[in-house]
Design a protein around this ligand. Structure first.
Ligand SMILES: *Cc1c(COP(=O)(O)O)cnc(C)c1O
Length: 461
């Protein structure tokens, strides 16, 4: 064994202690450090020859890189939709690394059974029935990709072709219909060989909405003349957190032949609160569902879950068995369900958080975030020079400058807020108007944080 490695093996407990002490200092400092670092990162260093040892690596990281990391784990990083990591999930994540299990399947470990338990708990949390099965993947983009891959296989079933063997060309052009799809849907269609341009926008409801107009969707489906299609319904749009009417969309399947995929990346968490659960009414009727976990479940990156009612088709797409041995039967190992073969046991952090805080603990995070978004929305509406672009429906505040909201002036406001170190918001364009989004999905955020964000917004020039 290399001497430095042997030395580290002997000092493993001390190293873990040092990493722990460092992490505690960094997390304790979240309230005070700048929320985002916008200046340039240092240039790349040369590959070390003589190793510094793990303590040396920690020291070099602390000096060169840690100062430039954002406070995205903290309460005022409101850009994109960014979750933090609950204490239990961080502990679970550390143990995931320490155990280093391969979550691909049975492989002489109970790890896969733990993942199945976590998936079943999540299914229950989101109000899905037993007909849905699922797996952990790295994020909502991959969850959408898996759901749409199963949809693609289903189209093959309807048209009498085997897409996993014959390729997507055997299907001919595919119709994908959606009101306000997330950008990751286009990316998934590109990866799947369906093509980004096959995604057709269906009109949304009038009156400052992003939810699909179900009558318009019905007209689009009728125009397909019986050709099977894919509908991507959206449960929580990123700008205004609008929800498609899932139940009415699902009911259209009585007359039209389509696969219903629901992107509930963060909107799925509405199911946790009786106050908002009606927004995802009908989710269980979907053929496939995407929910992100590194957003509103507040587990570390990279974690999402995908569900589908057609595991048989999922296995046809993703199975890694030799064709001569046939498809796996019974409970398929995870390597037959997801794009990866070898996989990190990313279920463990989620399992820890669900055991630690339960349904009610995670419901409290959702309800508090929603209340804080409403509070910021009221504050923004009352500030001179700012106006809301849409009502605050759930956990995102979408707003802009009251006067002359050019892209340049809006970007300058975002930069000024980031430069204050107090908060981080990301720009968007809503209904043709440049604006900013403040998305609440971190378990740490409090009323005091909203006050700090408002102060940063009102201090602008
Ligand atoms: C964030 C998000 C995605 C993509 O999620 P990643 O985890 O970044 O891959 C997809 N859909 C919606 C609605 C989202 O909010």
């Amino acid at each position: 064994m290399h001497p430095t490695l042997a030395d580290d093996l002997a000092r493993f407990p001390e190293l873990l202690q040092s990493a722990r002490d460092f992490a505690v200092r960094e997390l304790d400092g979240l309230d005070d450090r700048p929320v985002a670092r916008l200046d340039r990162a240092p240039g790349a260093d040369v590959l070390p020859d003589g190793g510094a040892g793990a303590e040396g690596a920690l020291a070099r990281f602390a000096e060169r890189w840690a100062p430039g990391f954002s406070a995205s784990a903290g309460p005022r990083y409101l850009g994109f939709v960014t979750g933090g990591a609950t204490p239990a999930s961080v502990a679970g994540d550390w143990l995931t690394g320490a155990y280093d299990q391969n979550g691909s399947g049975a492989a002489g470990s109970w790890a896969a059974a733990l993942e199945r338990e976590a998936v079943a708990w999540l299914r229950e949390l989101f109000g899905l029935g037993e007909a849905h099965s699922g797996a952990f993947v790295t994020g909502a983009t991959v969850s959408n990709t898996v759901g749409l891959a199963v949809a693609r296989e289903w189209l093959g079933e309807r048209l009498g072709v085997d897409v996993s063997r014959d390729g997507v060309a055997a299907l001919g052009p595919v119709d994908v219909l959606s009101g306000s799809p997330h950008s990751s849907v286009g990316k998934a269609l590109s990866v799947l060989g369906i093509g980004r341009d096959r995604l057709r926008r269906v009109p949304v409801l009038p009156g400052n909405r992003e939810a699909v107009d179900v009558d318009a969707l019905e007209r689009a489906l009728a125009a397909l003349d019986g050709r099977p299609a894919i509908v991507v319904a959206n449960a929580g749009t990123v700008n205004t957190v609008d929800f498609d009417d899932l139940r009415s969309i699902a009911a259209l399947r009585e007359r039209y032949d389509f696969w219903l995929h629901v992107d509930a990346a963060f909107g799925g968490f509405a199911a946790l609160s009786p106050a908002y659960a009606a927004l995802v009414d009908g989710l269980d009727a979907a053929d496939s569902v995407c929910v992100d976990l590194h957003k509103w479940l507040n587990v570390p990156y990279d974690a999402a879950v995908q569900f589908t009612r057609r595991r048989d088709l999922q296995v046809r797409v993703f199975h890694n068995a030799s064709p001569y041995l046939g498809l796996p039967t019974g409970e398929p190992d995870f390597l037959h369900l997801t794009p990866e073969n070898s996989r990190r046991l990313r279920a463990l952090p989620a399992w820890f958080s669900l055991v630690a805080y339960g349904r009610s603990g995670h419901r409290e995070i959702v309800e508090r975030n929603v209340a804080l978004a409403a509070r910021l929305g009221e504050g923004v509406a009352a500030l001179d020079g700012l106006r809301l672009l849409a009502p605050v429906r759930l956990n995102v505040v979408c707003f802009t400058l009251s006067e002359d909201p050019t892209p340049k002036r809006v970007a300058a406001l975002a930069d000024a807020v980031a430069a204050s170190g107090e908060a981080f918001l990301t720009p968007t364009v809503y209904d043709g108007v440049p604006g900013l989004r403040a998305a609440f999905s971190n378990w740490r955020t409090s009323k005091a944080d909203v006050a700090r964000v408002l102060a940063a917004l009102s201090a602008r020039d």
